[in-house]
Design a protein around this ligand. Structure first.
Ligand SMILES: NC(=O)c1ccc[n+]([C@@H]2O[C@H](COP(=O)([O-])OP(=O)(O)OC[C@H]3O[C@@H](n4cnc5c(N)ncnc54)[C@H](O)[C@@H]3O)[C@@H](O)[C@H]2O)c1
Length: 387
């Protein structure tokens, strides 16, 4: 009989809900993959976490993550609390021999991410980092085209992740705007996804140079917050914003390509524009997460009179993960990226291999984040190996 893996999850709001939904839906659509068992959920507030346990379908709850990470009936610890908690929870869970599934960014600093990777390796456990956008079938198609050489030699990787949820200067000072909790702002939140997509799609970077800005330097303190929403009042006491509102950088890749990256929360009209374009000697691809089922594809080999970008709907059974879903053309959404991510985690556990992406990818992403920060502070190009 297929093994089932018992999950203990920390955090039950934005990502906690996305991961819970993935665990619940997976057995229905991927019955050939080991099933996650939703054992324990953890949050500090008992009334909130008990309500979430009932709503999301967890068997039980605890209010202290220490109880969860050492619990004998847990195989995987899934970390969805704010980024400053990741390291301590992951180290304790690894020491208790649990497999790790941790949201991005992996931790606040490169040194911390390296410590987490070393701890996971020393404990001999499996480790995964939550770069969910890799799991959109259209992104997997872009990867396939690059890998099969169908775009030829890669010249450019151009990526931008644009949001607008904090444009209002009275939007409260949520944890994402505090360096000691979030590590960085748009850079580590949105830029981290772009960096991971670049690594996944065209490989490592060699050097970077960046610039960043904090447009609104003080904000009212919040009364409550969840994910990207918060409550507060404009006349509440204010505190300093200690992270970047926008960070842009350029990169040179090991494959010879040139890259440009823009991550901002100050782009009115852009709710979640996570986009990239790759240009190669034989063609180009364009992806925009807000139309996540589509990949725009251009081949130089097309007859001249019909050359142009074609819209490929990545929903055929031949597209990654799509044979588990609906008839071709019946699209999927954001939540499916998390289901596919958990499918990869379950397959890796069954096959006794590391899932992809894992903490190595989390460390590599953090290395680029920090190289960009160093380049901004020192106003110069920084080699990735310097940090
Ligand atoms: N993959 C993605 O696209 C994506 C999207 C959003 C967030 N994230 C990452 O996921 C993590 C969580 O973000 P979120 O948006 O879900 O945050 P959130 O504010 O919506 O939820 C955080 C949860 O953690 C809980 N929590 C905080 N401190 C805790 C502690 N000490 N012990 C137990 N629980 C604690 C809170 O009660 C809450 O349930 C962050 O690291 C963030 O960067 C990733």
């Amino acid at each position: 009989m297929m093994k089932s893996y018992r999950v203990g999850m920390v955090g039950y709001k934005f990502m906690g809900k996305a991961h819970s939904h993935a665990y619940r839906d997976l057995p229905m659509f991927f019955p050939q993959v080991a099933a996650p068992q939703m054992k324990l959920i953890c949050g500090r507030d008992e009334s909130g976490v008990s309500a979430a346990a009932a709503q999301f379908g967890w068997e039980g709850y605890v209010t202290d993550w220490r109880e969860l990470v050492s619990h004998p009936e847990i195989d995987i610890v899934d970390i969805n609390a704010p980024s400053d908690t990741h390291k301590e929870i992951a180290l304790a869970a690894a020491a208790a021999g649990k497999h790790l599934f941790c949201e991005k960014p992996l931790a606040l600093t490169l040194a911390d991410t390296r410590e987490m990777l070393e701890a996971a390796e020393a404990a001999g456990v499996k480790h995964m980092v939550g770069f969910n956008y890799r799991f959109a079938p259209a992104v997997q198609l872009a990867k396939k085209l690059v890998e099969e050489g169908r775009l030829g030699e890669i010249y450019h990787f151009r990526a931008w992740f644009l949001q607008d949820w904090i444009v209002d200067p009275n939007f409260p000072l949520v944890w994402r705007l505090q360096k000691e909790i979030a590590g960085s702002g748009s850079h580590g939140d949105l830029g981290a996804h772009l960096i991971d997509l670049a690594h996944f799609l065209i490989g490592d970077m060699q050097e970077v140079i960046g610039m960043s800005e904090t447009f609104v330097k003080e904000r009212p303190l919040p009364t409550s917050m969840t994910g990207l929403s918060a409550k507060g009042s404009a006349d509440a006491p204010r505190g300093p914003v200690t992270v970047d509102d926008a960070t842009l950088f350029m990169a040179r890749f090991a494959c010879g390509a040139l890259g440009s990256f823009e991550a901002t929360r100050f782009a009115p009209g852009h709710r979640c524009t996570n986009s990239f374009e790759i240009n190669g000697s034989k063609g180009s691809v364009k992806f925009d997460f807000e139309r996540m089922n589509e990949l725009q594809v251009y081949f130089t080999s097309d007859d001249e009179d019909v050359q142009g970008f074609r819209r490929v709907l990545a929903t055929d059974p031949s597209h990654a993960y799509m044979d588990a879903w609906w008839p071709a053309g019946h699209t999927i959404g954001y939540e499916h990226t998390f289901i596919h991510e958990v499918v990869e985690l379950m397959r890796a556990l069954e096959e006794d291999r590391q899932p992809i992406p894992n903490f190595v990818d989390g460390v590599k992403c953090q290395q680029v984040l920090e190289a960009v920060e160093q380049s901004i502070a020192q106003r110069r190009w920084v080699s990735i190996n310097e940090v």
